[in-house]
Design a protein around this ligand. Structure first.
Ligand code: NAP
Length: 308
């Protein structure tokens, strides 16, 4: 039996793995996709303490290599079931047959991109609609693109695309951005970015390939059409927590409720990173949660071993 099973190899999960391994625990990490989580798509990280500038890919790869070099085992399989309890052990099974039993579970499954929910969005994904500027931006070199959203991701994506594209629109539903003022300043220093504030995307133009967007003003309801070759949707995330519904307590938005020590209402199950109910979701807080959850799980396992 493993000591700790971690679900998700993003920043929180891999930090938990490295702390738990350093504490001498047997650790297995389940990951349904590639390692790294959301940060792997970030072009530049400039707010991680002690690192002036690093790409998301470099950061995630360094963390993955650090955790695996310390002996964390990784199962690249999507978790489909969790059974058991702290007293008898938890069994975690994957879609492709991986099966592990452990004393504690740390859920670090993060969040995924929110879609606009507009007719044709699914069909045009990969045909002009993308949710990752760093992954797909280079397909739009010299072209016209739009970014939808007003948070840090949208602001950073627009700046990133402005280096590649001839013109970039940023479309945000309010007059004020949610993202950091420093990032807004960078955005406004770019001549080829046009801000379309208080607009929402109403319709998508193009059958086989995206050709344009119909926007609706939130001020007077008027419609406006723009021609674009691509649109990058950056309107936030939704928690990847469906599997855990009915197992642990969640808030109304599907984030997992936990205490300061990341312990959920179920003994032996912890939550770390973006999946947790909390106010600040940053790389630093994901790493912090990973450490806190791992050390709390280690304490619980030691208390079991010492019979307390
Ligand atoms: P976010 O901060 O939640 O922003 C989402 C944006 O999308 C908001 O501006 C929101 O508008 C808009 N939005 C939400 N639903 C919408 C809809 N249905 N239609 C149109 N617009 C919609 O998400 P994020 O930018 O992905 O950032 C997530 C977290 O990661 C944040 O805490 C952010 O600070 C952090 N982050 C940090 C960095 C960094 O530190 N380098 C980089 C990227 C992200 P409203 O403003 O009107 O709600």
């Amino acid at each position: 039996m493993a000591d700790i099973i971690i679900i998700g190899a993003g920043t929180a999960g891999l930090t938990a793995a490295l702390y738990a391994r350093r504490a001498g625990m047997d650790v297995v990490v389940f990951e349904s996709d590639s390692y790294g989580g959301q940060i792997i798509n970030t072009p530049q990280i400039e707010n991680y303490p002690g690192i002036k500038n690093v790409s998301g890919f470099e950061f995630a790869t360094g963390l993955y290599e650090q955790a695996t070099a310390l002996g964390a085992r990784v199962q690249f399989d999507k978790v489909v079931s969790i059974e058991g309890s702290f007293d008898e052990g938890f069994t975690v099974k994957g879609e492709y047959g991986a099966s592990e039993t452990g004393k504690c579970i740390i859920i670090a499954s993060g969040a995924r991109n929110r879609h606009m929910g507009i007719a044709g969005e699914e069909k045009l994904e990969g045909r002009g609609i993308s949710y990752c500027a760093t992954c797909d931006g280079s397909f739009f070199k010299g072209k016209t693109t739009a970014v939808v959203g007003g948070g840090n991701t949208a602001l950073e994506d627009a700046v990133y695309l402005s280096d590649l594209c001839e013109k970039v629109y940023i479309i945000h539903r309010r007059d004020e951005y949610r993202g950091d003022p420093a990032q807004v300043e960078i955005l406004r220093s770019r001549d080829n970015i046009e801000e379309l504030l208080s607009y929402v995307v109403k319709d998508l133009k193009g059958d086989e390939k995206l050709q344009g967007l119909v926007l609706e003003s939130r001020k007077d309801g008027s419609l406006k059409e723009i021609s674009v070759d691509g649109v990058f949707v950056a309107i936030g995330q939704i928690p990847s927590s469906e599997l855990f519904r009915g197992i642990v307590d969640m808030d109304g938005s599907g984030y997992i409720a936990s205490g300061e020590d990341c312990h959920t209402n179920v003994k032996g199950i912890f939550a770390a990173g973006d999946i947790r109910t909390k106010k600040v979701r940053q790389l630093t807080t994901a790493a912090s949660d990973g450490a806190v959850a791992a050390l709390a799980a280690c304490d619980l396992i030691r208390s079991l071993k010492s019979g307390q």
